[in-house]
Structures are given as structure tokens and as C-alpha cells.
Design a protein around this ligand. Sequence first.
Ligand code: TMP
Length: 208
Amino acid sequence: MGRGLLIVFEGCDRSGKTTQSTRLVQALNDAGVRARLVKFPDRTTAIGAMIDAYLRQKTQLSDQAVHLLFSANRWEAMAQMRADLESGTTLVVDRYTFSGVAFSAAKRMDLKWCKAPDVGLAAPDRVFFLDIHPDDAAKRAGYGDEIYEKREMQIEVRVKFFSLMDKSWSIVDALRDPDEIHRQIMALTNRALERHNADPTPIGKLWT
Ligand code: TMP
């Protein structure tokens, strides 16, 4: 049994990441591929509760402090994630280090500083970027409740995401019908699984 793949969904707020990542896990499990959903921030931990209070504007934190909490929230999940990957479970991750870097860099924080705390996290095999213009996202239900759901911020975040892309990313047009998006993501995932089975590679490390 080879290792599982680390598949990441990224995108601006309200781009459909949660819907699509949940559907992907379900479809993989239905097809007999062991897969588990991971979501960042994980608001269920003590660190996650601090992040949640900040996002819902119940507490204030400096930009640096909240950035480090987001990173710590990934590190506290890393041992279990690595164990799952090594034992053959594919992880589908709803937001990861790229959100960490893009959101903080959008606040004009130094890019190198933003990446540093995440150096050494497991590197994704594929990243699906659900692309939607913030003006279209703003029309979706629930938009505007949290601290970063503001037009100027989201436009800047989208620019930062584009600057972080490499060949492991696929840009997915998130304005289309959800079924169509799911089919495209499933096809891309199957291709990644086939490629990995034919030529397995070890889990990479981030930002190195
Ligand atoms: P969520 O809506 O996916 O739960 O994400 C909550 C917000 O937190 C969203 O606006 C993106 C932001 N965020 C960061 O600023 N840094 C991070 O590292 C992560 C994972 C999310």
C-alpha cells in the first residue's frame, strides 16, 4: 500500500471550497479510495478557538500573533496528517499554508516572514484553486460575517494566491455549476492518483 495524496483546496472566501472538498472525499470513498477531510483553521482545538474569536471579531490580536496561531493550528495537526498519509489515506485539505501566506501578505506583511513558520509542513501533491472574483463571491449567502470578508482585502488576497502558484496548482472556474466543477476536480484527482501510483514520490516539505 503506497502513501496517500495530499490534496489542497484554496480560494477566496465563499468560493465553494467546503462544498467541493466534502464532495471529493465522498466520491473518493465511494470509489474505494480511503480519504479524509481536513479543514483549516480547525476551530475545535484550543488554538482554533482563539482564531475563531479573532475571525468573529470577539477578540483583537496583532497581525503577527494571529498569523502564528494559524500556523500553529496546522502544526498541531501535522503528526496525524503524516501518519494518515503514510498509511495510505488521501487527505483533502480545505485551506492550508497558502491561505496563511496570502491573507497575511495581503495585509502588507513580509512574504518571507509569512512563509517561515510553515517551513517543513507536508507539501501538497495537488492544489485546486477555486477561482471566483470577490464581487461574485459577495453575492453568495453568508458573505460578510467575518473579519476578512471585505472587498478590498479579498481582491488583494486573490492577487497573492496567484503569486504563490506553481505547477502543482490547477485553476478551477468556481462560477460554474457545482456538478461540473466536481467532475473536473474528480478527473484531475484521478489523474494525480494514477500518476502517483505509476511513479510514487515521498511526501515533500513546504517552502524549501
Ligand atoms: P474559513 O472561512 O475557511 O473557515 O477561513 C476563515 C478565514 O481565515 C478566512 O477568511 C481565511 C482566513 N485564514 C487565514 O487568514 N490564515 C490561514 O492560515 C487560514 C487557514 C485561513
